[in-house]
Design a protein around this ligand. Structure first.
Ligand code: HEC
Ligand code: HEC
Length: 332
C-alpha cells in the first residue's frame, strides 16, 4: 500500500514538473530587466490577477444586491454595524484597527483581514474555517461580538420587511420561488466580494511591462524570492493558498492556536492561512492579532521567525518597496 502511494506521488510530481516545463520553460529571454533564472522563478512563483472571476454582466442583479447588503448596517442587531464597518471599501477592505469593535464595542481576538481579493483564497478566515466567501458572509451577522443578530430567521424577517429588498431579491434570484432565505444573503454578498479584485503595478509587470516596477521594487522582488518569502507568499494572491505555522524556525509567542482549532491536528498548532500580500502597505496593523504596527516590523519578524534570518535596513527597504507595488492601481 505504502509503495503504491509512493509510486503515485512520484508519478504526480513528475507530471507536475513536466507540466511546469511546458508553462514556464522558454520564457527566459524576452524583456529587458530580469533574465533567465530570475524571470523563470518569477513566473514559477506568481501569477497575475485574472480579469474577472465572476460574470459581472450575467450576475449584475445579484452583485448589486450583494453590495447593498455589504453596506447595510441593518444586518446588525442595533442597525449600527455593516460588513463595511470592519472591511471598508474605501480603506482597502480593512478598518486599520488591531481588532475590530462590534455592535457593542466589544472586540474579538483577531485582526480584520481585507475582503479585497479574498475570494481567491483557498478558504476564509485566519484559520480557514469557512470554505468560501459565500459561506463566510453568514458568520459575522450572527456572531455575538460582531453584528449580533439572534438567529437566521430574525435576519431574514428583518431584511424581508425592508421595501427596497423586495425587488432586489426577486430580480437576483428570479428562478427561485422563495428568494428570501438566509443562504441567499451569503450568495449575494459573496458574488459582490468576487468583484473585489485590485490589479496592481506588479500585475502589469507580470504581464510583461518591464517599466511597471522601479529599481528598488525590482530589487525587493528578487530579495523576496531569494530569501524564501515567496515559498509561502506566492500564487495569484501572493499568499492565501496554504497554511503555515507562525514561528516555523524561531518560536513565536501567541495564545491563538490558529488552524488547530479547526482540525485538532498537533501539527496545526499556531498555523494560520498565509495572508495575501496584495494591498499590504495599506492594511496595517499586521498579523492575526493586529499586534504588529508597521510593515517594516512585519518584514523583520517574518525573516526572523519564518526563515531564521536577521535582516538589515536595506533588505527591509527594498522588500517594502516591492510590497508597495502590490497596492491596487485604481485606489493608489
Ligand atoms: C466587527 C467587525 C467585523 C464585521 C462587522 C465583519 N467582519 Fe469580516 N472579519 C472580521 C474579523 C476579525 C475577521 C477574521 C476572523 C477570524 O479569522 O477568525 C473577518 C474575516 C472576514 C473574511 C475572511 C478574509 C480572509 O482573508 O480570510 C471575509 C471575507 C469577511 N470577514 C467578510 C465579511 C462580511 C461579508 C461581513 C458582513 C456580512 C463581515 N465580514 C463583517 C471582522 C468583521
Ligand atoms: C513559512 C511560511 C512563511 C514565510 C517563509 C514567510 N511568511 Fe510571511 N506570513 C506567514 C504567515 C503564516 C503569516 C501570518 C502570521 C500571523 O498572523 O501570525 C505571515 C504574515 C506576513 C505578513 C503580515 C500579513 C498581514 O496581513 O498581517 C507580512 C507583511 C509577511 N508575512 C511578509 C513576509 C516576508 C517579507 C517574508 C520574507 C522575509 C515572509 N513573509 C516569509 C508565512 C510565511
Amino acid at each position: 500500500m505504502k509503495l503504491i502511494l509512493l509510486l503515485a506521488l512520484t508519478l504526480s510530481t513528475y507530471t507536475y514538473a513536466q507540466d511546469d516545463d511546458k508553462h514556464h520553460g522558454g520564457h527566459g529571454h524576452h524583456g529587458g530587466g530580469m533574465h533567465g533564472h530570475d524571470e523563470n522563478s518569477i513566473k514559477h512563483f506568481f501569477e497575475p490577477l485574472p480579469e474577472s472571476i465572476i460574470d459581472e454582466e450575467k450576475n449584475a442583479a445579484l452583485i448589486k444586491l450583494g453590495k447593498m447588503l455589504y453596506m447595510d448596517p441593518r444586518l446588525s442587531v442595533n442597525d449600527k454595524i455593516s460588513c463595511n464597518s470592519c472591511h471598508g471599501l474605501n480603506t482597502y477592505g480593512v478598518d486599520n484597527e488591531p481588532t475590530s469593535p462590534g455592535h457593542e464595542g466589544k472586540r474579538g481576538g483577531r485582526n480584520s483581514p481585507t475582503t479585497m481579493n479574498a475570494a481567491l483564497h483557498i478558504a476564509q478566515f485566519w484559520d480557514g474555517r469557512a470554505s468560501d466567501v459565500e459561506e463566510q458572509a453568514l458568520g459575522p451577522i450572527l456572531n455575538p461580538v460582531e453584528m449580533g443578530m439572534p438567529n437566521k430567521g430574525a435576519v431574514v424577517q428583518k431584511i424581508k420587511a425592508i421595501d427596497e429588498y423586495q425587488a432586489l431579491f426577486a430580480e437576483a434570484f428570479s428562478e427561485e420561488k422563495y428568494p428570501f432565505n438566509y443562504d441567499n444573503i451569503g450568495v449575494a454578498i459573496g458574488a459582490f466580494e468576487r468583484t473585489l479584485l485590485t490589479p496592481s503595478r506588479f500585475d502589469d509587470y507580470l504581464n510583461g511591462d518591464e517599466d511597471a516596477l522601479n529599481d528598488s521594487e525590482k530589487k525587493g522582488l528578487k530579495k523576496f524570492m531569494h530569501m524564501g518569502c515567496a515559498n509561502c507568499h506566492n500564487g495569484v494572491a501572493i499568499g492565501g493558498n496554504s497554511y503555515k505555522k507562525i514561528g516555523l524556525v524561531e518560536a513565536y509567542e501567541t495564545e491563538d492556536m490558529g488552524r488547530y482549532e479547526v482540525t485538532g491536528l498537533e501539527s496545526d498548532k499556531k498555523a494560520f492561512k498565509v495572508p495575501s500580500l496584495r494591498n499590504i502597505a495599506q492594511t496595517a496593523p499586521y498579523f492575526h492579532d493586529g499586534s504588529v504596527e508597521t510593515l517594516d516590523e512585519a518584514i523583520h519578524l517574518m525573516a526572523k521567525h519564518q526563515l531564521g534570518k536577521d535582516v538589515g535596513p536595506g533588505f527591509v527597504k527594498h522588500v517594502k518597496a516591492f510590497l508597495g507595488s502590490l497596492t491596487g492601481k485604481d485606489t493608489e
